[in-house]
Design a protein around this ligand. Structure first.
Ligand code: PGA
Length: 253
């Protein structure tokens, strides 16, 4: 953790969840007690279909919501796309952009990810820009270089500490139960902070929240969150279980 930074634990529901699952969000809200509220920010990123209802249900809870992606354009003839302005209109505060599943399955390049991050910022959303190496890239010793390049290509210049979140998610750790060692996470997060300083300048970079994501569970959260420059978590599978998500939040607090 970074002492001066308030941590953020964000849940990425991916393509999971129907209206009945709003009960999960309600259970998270019920467990977000004063001690947690004083120590850690929470956000849930449901499918776009649930965003408005979830945001309304969480009003007053101090739990934020976010989209999992956003269109580059503000509006227009882009069948199937959801714009950042629409996410904001549905109550969102955040938009995940450049998740490895979007990069891999939808061919999103760094340039596209940056355009989406800029679109999010233009709609006054905070983009959670995801970066991370594949297994092959790590084995080839290229993890740091790959992530630095992704940052240079995906982070909007001019971002401020309050208008950007970066999530380091090694592709091989997502949904697999595998995690990097704390030493590897620490080395990567330090490198990310340094690269952000080159892109944004030191004062802005010093305050950007750097999340770790990839198989974060109640059992490993405390160890991962104790690593320097880890300012919270981006949680997939475990965010669909309210008590697991809250346990991860407590590990951050
Ligand atoms: P996971 O997913 O926690 O299920 O590994 C993380 C993510 O993809 O954001």
């Amino acid at each position: 953790m970074t002492r001066s930074i308030r941590p953020l634990v964000a849940g990425n529901w991916k393509m999971n969840g129907v209206r009945a699952d709003l009960a999960i969000a309600a259970e998270v809200a019920a467990g977000y007690d004063l001690a947690l509220k004083s120590a850690v920010d929470l956000a849930l990123c449901p499918p776009a279909t649930l965003l408005y209802m979830m945001s309304a249900a969480l009003l007053g809870s101090r739990i934020a919501t976010g989209g999992q992606d956003c269109g580059v354009a503000a509006s227009g003839a882009f069948t199937g796309e959801v714009s950042a302005a629409m996410l904001a209109d549905s109550g969102a505060t955040f938009a995940i952009v450049g998740h490895s599943e979007r990069r891999a399955l939808h061919g999103e390049t760094n340039a596209v990810v940056r355009a989406k991050a800029q679109a999010a910022q233009a709609a006054l959303l905070v983009p959670i820009v995801c970066v991370g190496e594949t297994q092959a890239e790590r084995e080839a010793g290229k993890a740091l270089a790959v992530v630095r390049k992704q940052l240079r290509g995906s982070v909007p210049e001019g971002s401020k500490a309050a208008t950007l979140v970066v999530a380091y998610e090694p592709v091989w750790a997502i949904g697999t139960g595998l995690t990097p060692t704390p030493a590897d996470v620490g080395q990567m997060h330090e490198a990310i902070r340094a690269e952000l300083a080159r892109i944004l300048g030191k004062p802005a970079a010093a305050g950007v929240r750097l999340l770790y994501g990839g198989s974060v569970k109640p059992g490993n959260a405390a160890e991962l969150m104790s690593v320097a420059h880890v300012d919270g978590a981006l949680v997939g599978g475990a965010s669909l279980k309210a008590q697991d998500f809250l346990a991860i939040a407590r590990a951050c607090a």
